[in-house]
Design a binder for this molecule. Structure first.
Ligand SMILES: [Fe+2]
Length: 404
């Protein structure tokens, strides 16, 4: 189980794969081999098999085996955490929420790590739009352990989804000392903090958080979550009209090393953003070509399976946007918008694609796309009212409307 733990932590980080890293491949094979020769329990055997499947990209079957463990061992926090993260990577928010809901009833507050269930469950709730219950559950997690960075993170999502910028900023400021040393999640929480400033149009403060925390952490750790956050933040700022050319160039020195990863499409599209941002066109095209090749023979790999009809249109939409072909970008992204959830990530993270579609539609030379932009903004305002960003974009769309 020690090997399951070490390999599990490495694989679930999605910055490294058995396809590219011989040491990791050997470690997984060694774990699988040992499981066959040693007297282990059924639960241990399931853990090994699930991780082996995850390492080969078969996320659905891996989750099925973690669920099999949880049926009889609902207090197995490793199975819970790995299932939670893998559902997250498949964009299966309801399954993420429900696997926690089923387990929580079997736990008591006296059990070690009990508090961490609250943060995970709260995250499942906020991702399925139960904001009030998510807030209550995260607060319970923080009452048990104020240093639980995942509960704090879940609360940051609640404020983000409500466009409640003032309470979001207040909360991050008040609790910073509790989560600022929480490894890679600290960077992600700072990213959420910066999003509130982008929402407000305060790009200066957002960039200062970028310099002091988000990119600093990315360049120091090189972790995949940090890379995703850094790319996503610059992309949002660029769409808002902020010049981040120099930041792109520096970031590309890190992301270039992951161009051939193809572990998660979600990661690949963020790497693509940075490569196009830095005008590393050849490397960006290599990412797309590699995805095209892998999608031809997907086998059991979930990511390759969704590549042809979903991953590649998103990649191509990013490429067309970078090349100034905004109309083409809209035509690629709009038909897949309700399936983008399948590439994983949170609603807040995937909002970058909603913003991309709106910006592309506004920049397109097609009047139909201008009309589409106005409709998308009405829709955005309906489920997330009082958003300063939406209001800014509506003003932009209205100006186009007057011209049209
Ligand atoms: Fe988040």
């Amino acid at each position: 189980m020690g090997q399951v733990l070490i390999n599990g932590i490495e694989l679930i980080g999605t910055g490294n794969s058995i396809r590219l890293d011989k040491d990791l491949d050997t470690a997984v094979k060694k774990m699988v081999g040992l499981a066959k020769t040693q007297g282990i329990t059924e639960r241990e055997r399931l853990h090994v098999e699930a991780l082996d499947l995850f390492s080969k990209g078969d996320f659905p079957k891996a989750c099925k085996l973690w669920e099999d463990i949880l049926l009889y061992q609902p207090t197995d926090i490793l199975a819970l955490k790995l299932a939670h993260d893998t559902y997250f990577y498949m964009g299966l928010a309801q399954q993420l929420r429900d696997c926690l809901a089923r387990a929580v009833a079997h736990w008591t507050p006296q059990m070690p790590l009990y508090g961490y269930l609250k943060g995970m469950y709260s995250f499942g709730l906020v991702e399925t739009n139960f904001y009030d219950l998510a807030e209550k559950t995260a607060m319970e997690g923080l009452a048990l352990n104020p240093h639980d960075a995942w509960s704090a993170h879940s609360l940051a999502h609640v404020y983000e989804m409500r466009a409640d910028v003032n309470n979001g900023l207040k909360f991050m400021k008040e609790t910073e000392n509790n989560w600022k040393d929480s490894d890679m999640l600290a960077c992600h929480n700072y990213w959420h903090w910066a999003l509130y400033h982008i929402e407000k149009g305060d790009y200066y403060t957002a960039l200062s958080i970028y310099d002091t925390h988000v990119s600093k952490s990315c360049f120091e750790s090189g972790s995949m979550l940090d890379i995703v956050d850094t790319s996503s933040m610059l992309y949002r700022l660029q769409m808002e009209g902020v010049n981040v050319d120099n930041q792109w160039k520096k970031l590309a020195t890190v992301t270039k090393n992951h161009a051939k990863d193809q572990i998660l499409i979600f990661n690949d599209v963020h790497i693509l953003m940075s490569l196009f941002g830095a005008k590393e066109i050849d490397t960006a095209n290599e990412v797309i070509t590699s995805l095209q090749e892998l999608s031809k023979t997907p086998g059991e790999n979930y990511q390759y399976q969704i590549c042809k009809d979903l991953g590649l249109p998103i990649c191509q939409a990013i490429a067309e946007f970078a090349n100034g072909n905004y109309s083409r970008s809209v035509d690629l992204l709009n038909p897949v918008r309700y399936r983008i959830q399948n590439i994983g990530g949170s609603n807040a993270q995937r909002d970058v694609f909603n913003q991309l579609l709106i910006h592309a539609a506004l920049k397109s030379d097609s009047r139909a796309h201008h009309k589409l932009a106005r409709c998308l903004l009405m829709e955005r305002d309906a489920f997330r009212p009082n958003s300063p960003m939406t209001e800014r974009l509506i003003r932009k769309a209205t100006a186009l409307h007057n011209v049209d």
